[in-house]
Design a protein around this ligand. Structure first.
Ligand code: DER
Length: 235
């Protein structure tokens, strides 16, 4: 399908550009686009990959690395990462991103921050001018289970009356992250999404919030695969 080809295109282009032989510590993101990132890295060959270590951003990411027979590392062993490549739910004109659709944004943000170069790969559906245009389910927020009701109440007060706890589909009860926390999805009005950094700081200050799925001024570039087989690069 067209979207899958677009994901692959974005992933391969980004890997070819940013994962070079001198890059030895690589952060691998989460979601449905990063498998194409791993696929392209594997295609670079055993000789270059035997000297590399790959840091996961969660269980799915770890399984991708292990199944590809790449060397697995941990961010506490490798606090400085050469390049992290990850997906996103939406990216605005300033390279700010909504992440957390896959409930992995805490570890994703740690590895994005730890990387010299953080690059986003996505299909054309994620490319917007303003966050919240296409991704309408809200800003993903990882919260301590103990505090989720209080965080919900405070989100309602600061501008997201429709904020909700993310419920699981294949399990009774809420989604639980790889860190044992809950996720709240908080939609905000367009004018608040036009200043994602201010919004990020306001949400982050709410007691009980562990991490916010707004990645502001972090990505060096974003690669979007288009329906027509072209790639758009924002940087
Ligand atoms: O949760 C995330 O931020 C993931 O990176 C994910 O949302 C990326 O989306 P994808 O499955 O379309 O790559």
């Amino acid at each position: 399908p067209v979207v899958e080809k677009a994901k692959r295109l974005a992933a391969w282009t980004a890997v070819d550009r940013h994962v070079l032989p001198e890059h030895k510590v690589i952060g691998i993101g989460s979601g449905s686009t990063v498998p194409f990132v791993v696929e392209r890295i594997v295609s670079q060959g055993k000789a270059v990959n035997k000297d590399r270590v790959f840091i996961p951003t969660g269980f799915q990411s770890k399984e991708l690395i292990v199944n590809a027979k790449l060397l697995l590392g941990d961010v506490d062993q490798y606090p400085v990462i050469d390049v992290t490549i990850d997906g996103a739910d939406e990216v605005d004109h300033d390279l700010n991103a909504i992440k957390g659709g896959g409930a992995c944004h805490l570890r994703e943000k740690v590895l994005a921050e730890a990387a010299d170069t953080f690059v986003i790969v996505a299909d054309y559906r994620k490319n917007s001018e303003v966050l919240g245009t296409n991704w309408t389910q809200g800003v993903p927020i990882e919260v301590a289970p103990f505090a989720y009701a209080k965080v919900l109440q405070n989100l309602h007060l600061i501008g997201s009356p429709k904020a909700t706890l993310r419920m699981a589909k294949a399990k009774a009860g809420p989604v639980v992250s790889d860190n044992g926390n809950f996720i709240i999805d908080a939609p905000f009005p367009r004018e608040m999404m036009q200043d994602p950094y201010t919004l990020l700081t306001r949400i982050k200050m709410l007691t009980g919030v562990v991490e916010v799925g707004l990645f502001c001024h972090m990505a060096k570039a974003a690669y979007f695969g288009n329906e027509d087989g072209s790639v758009l690069i924002k940087w």
